[in-house]
Design a protein around this ligand. Structure first.
Ligand code: URA
Length: 241
């Protein structure tokens, strides 16, 4: 579901008129939504999905910035298009938001689930993916078998992956049952497959990985495969961190 706004706001966002002037245009019967003339105020339209026209000419919203949080399912690539034609995270949202080039901000592995940001704002992407953007990222890792306290302590103090020593991480065991252990781990770097490699470095195999938090922005109870717009508070926080 795309963002829904009142018709007069949509007209103002398209740049065709101020909100006040848009109300007059609606009163005068000059505005149609999906081919139907609308003369009452306050009708809601969905950006990217409903067709709004003024005097018969389509009104598009240009330069609108989208900031999205997706609960990425496993089995999707974090790119716009995949060379092997696997499903992409953009496939999930492109039916809801048409005609806008939205791309993932950073990436999660093909098999990893959870919190992925997407946007059409290059500046936002640059900020959030910049190596200096040391924001904590929290994951729930499910590993095969168990992990010793020694292993947890090594994750906490830093391990070597590909000649790189990871900075101190937060790690705690959440649960252990049926031959699997779940560990909550927070890191602030973003090396390729970092969490999986960190567990490998302490002799553990990750069989499930989900990102639940970036800084203070949380996935919460957003179902797998669903997305929502970030709140303006979340966008400002990420932009200004
Ligand atoms: N670490 C990983 O190993 N995989 C991810 O997708 C993200 C962090």
């Amino acid at each position: 579901m795309g963002e829904t706004v009142r018709l007069q706001k949509y007209i103002a966002m398209s740049g065709a008129a101020s909100r006040r002037a848009a109300e007059t245009m609606i009163n005068d019967g000059r505005v149609k939504v999906n081919g139907k003339k609308i003369t009452e105020q306050g009708v809601k339209v969905e950006i990217g999905a409903d067709n709004v026209s003024l005097d018969g000419k389509p009104l598009k919203i240009k330069n609108k910035k989208y900031y999205i949080m997706l609960n990425k399912p496993a089995g999707y690539v974090s790119t716009v298009k995949d060379q092997f034609d696997r499903p992409t995270v953009v496939d999930i949202i492109k039916n809801d938001i048409e005609d806008v080039r939205i791309f993932p901000v950073g990436r999660l592995d093909y098999e990893t689930e959870g919190l992925l940001l997407l946007t059409n704002d290059g500046e936002f992407t640059n900020k959030v993916t910049h190596p200096k953007f040391h924001m904590d990222k929290t994951y729930i890792a499910t590993i095969k078998g168990g992990i010793s306290i020694g292993g947890i302590n090594k994750l906490r103090s830093g391990v070597y992956i590909d000649d790189f020593k990871t900075s101190p991480a937060q790690a705690e065991i959440l649960d252990a049952a049926d031959g699997r252990t779940t560990v909550k781990i927070t890191i602030h770097e973003g090396k390729n497959r970092q969490v999986r490699k960190m567990f490998e470095a302490v002799g553990c195999t990750v069989v499930g990985l989900k990102r639940i938090k970036i800084g203070t922005v949380e996935l919460g109870n957003l179902p797998v495969g669903r997305w929502r717009h970030l709140t303006s508070h979340e966008v400002n926080y990420l932009m200004n961190s």
